[in-house]
Design a protein around this ligand. Structure first.
Ligand code: BG6
Ligand code: MG
Length: 216
């Protein structure tokens, strides 16, 4: 690639292990509506916005609800989710994430968060990483969900760099697509068989070095 100038990180599943908390809160909501929601079904929600996640869950349960009811359900789920993430500490940072971000800083490479979550700032302060990034673009700042590239393009804009010198780190298929749509390189965090459109796939940020990323 052209000279690497910026790394843009998705939050949930890349920097911090929040998927289990999202799952528990959604399952609690589904159970309260009288149906179950399995871990396998939860895979469909990765990288997906809160509103869209609810639509998927209601479709799974065959449950119809008015717009007002859906708003209440999403708010209820978020209250339960916030209760769960209230217990988070820096120990919930995923392997290698903090070290990788610090390595970027040491080499003068800019860093940003590009996440669909409206809880991004709360989570970053819980895990002690709220001052670690040069820009934070979260679910409160975008109107179009991944795979739309808006979140990553806005991050590049805030960092004042061109898309061609950015690398995105993503654990969701929709996120990898968003990076591709933004014209950015992408490192998948997860399984190669799932994140087939990424330029490289590793199991965590502990498994890749900045020097490898520069040659993607
Ligand atoms: C994404 C998660 O990062 O953020 C999704 O992968 C989640 O599971 C989405 O639904 C929105 O998060 P929040 O915190 O705004 O409900
Ligand atoms: Mg994610």
């Amino acid at each position: 690639m052209k000279e690497l100038k910026a790394c843009i990180f998705d939050l949930d599943g890349v920097i911090v292990d929040t998927a289990v908390h999202h799952y528990k809160a959604w399952k609690r909501l589904a159970n309260s509506l009288g149906f179950d929601f399995t871990e396998e079904q939860n895979e469909q929600l990765k990288g997906v916005s809160r509103v869209r996640s609810l639509e998927i869950i209601l479709a799974i349960g065959g449950y119809s609800a008015t717009a007002t009811e859906q708003e209440k359900m999403a708010a209820q789920k978020n209250d339960w989710y916030l209760e769960l993430i209230g217990q988070m500490t820096p120990e919930d940072i995923l392997p290698g994430a903090k070290e990788f971000v610090e390595a970027c800083k040491a080499e003068g490479i800019k860093t940003a968060i590009g996440s669909a979550s409206k809880n991004t700032l709360t989570i970053l302060s819980k895990i002690g990483l709220d001052k670690h990034f040069d820009a934070i673009v979260d679910g409160n700042k975008v109107t179009k969900a991944k795979p739309d590239p808006e979140v990553f393009l806005n991050a590049a804009k805030e960092l004042n760099v061109d898309a061609s010198v950015c690398v995105v780190f993503e654990d969701a298929i929709a996120g990898v697509e968003a990076a591709n749509n933004a014209g950015m390189r992408c490192v998948g965090i997860g399984q190669p068989a799932v994140l087939t459109e990424a330029n490289a796939v590793v199991s965590s940020l502990a498994e890749i070095t900045l020097s490898k990323v520069k040659y993607l």
